[in-house]
Design a protein around this ligand. Structure first.
Ligand SMILES: C[S@@+](CC[C@H](N)C(=O)[O-])C[C@H]1O[C@@H](n2cnc3c(N)ncnc32)[C@H](O)[C@@H]1O
Length: 245
């Protein structure tokens, strides 16, 4: 069953404070996004606006966040109200978005792994492609299709674990648990192969697909030591992709 983010919006926000999120996820994504100064950006599956706010603070000229969960969008809007940045938030399905070639960058942290099959993935990629200006770029992070189930407990030392439901076939649910100080929250996404992801991106007209490994920020190494990050880097649970529109 799909995760109901309305019910865990606040707790999901807390999971973004885990050090691997900052020192690996955020660091690698922002490196791939490069300079966003002056760009029009669409943040798909924006959640409560973690990256949406960050992209605007980094100088993006206009940023819109879209998310399926009304609860997440309400949380994002509450933060915009408390500290206005000029970010727009809309509740909606990323598969149906059409921003008519108006964005320099489409950014999506954990969207594609919510597609349960090729058709849903294709619809997402088509929405991304039609929302990009010619020459625009797409940057994303998702569950790593090459992360083997026998590695799914390695993440406990970083505050998460994964669990596969059933055999590792296309569309199989993968349950991520985030072990927070006072509770554990679970979100479910879906297994899709690298080949399926490339096929959908290509069919949608996205070009120059480049897969990137997770990287650790220099601050992360300074704070926690190189050895701390090695199990994560040896078999990363997430993978990054950039491509052109
Ligand atoms: C793991 S959260 C990531 C949120 C945010 N990008 C971040 O990194 O903090 C995944 C988000 O994807 C959203 N989502 C799932 N399917 C979606 C869809 N078809 N269209 C838009 N948002 C979707 C969920 O509501 C949830 O907020």
């Amino acid at each position: 069953m799909s995760t109901n983010y309305d019910q865990i919006a606040k707790e999901y926000q807390a999971s973004k404070l885990q050090p691997w999120r900052t020192h690996i996820e955020r660091y690698t994504l922002l490196r791939l996004a490069r300079s966003v100064a002056g760009l029009r950006v669409l943040d798909l599956a924006c959640g409560e606006g973690y990256y949406t706010r960050l992209l605007r603070r980094l100088g993006a000229a206009a940023v819109t966040g879209v998310d399926l969960s009304q609860g997440m969008i309400e949380l994002a809007r509450a933060q915009e109200l408390a500290e206005p940045l000029g970010v727009r938030y809309e509740a909606g399905d990323a598969q149906k978005v059409d921003q008519q070639q108006s964005n320099d960058l489409v950014f999506a942290a954990y969207l594609l792994n919510y597609a349960k099959d090729y058709d849903e993935l294709l619809a997402m990629c088509q929405a991304i492609a039609r929302s990009l200006k010619p020459g625009g770029r797409f940057v994303t992070v998702n569950n790593h299709p090459g992360d083997p189930p026998e590695n799914f407990e390695t993440g406990r030392m970083y505050g998460y674990s994964k669990k596969l439901e059933g055999p590792l076939v296309e569309g199989a649910p993968i349950h991520w648990s985030f072990h927070l100080a006072d509770q554990t929250i679970e979100v479910t996404n879906y297994y899709l192969t690298k080949a399926t992801m490339e096929r959908a991106m290509t069919a949608a007209g996205l070009r120059d697909i480049r897969w990137h490994c997770a990287e650790v920020s220099p601050e992360g190494v300074a704070q926690m030591g190189d050895a701390h990050w090695q199990p994560f880097l040896r078999q990363p649970p997430i993978v990054f992709v950039e491509c052109g529109g």
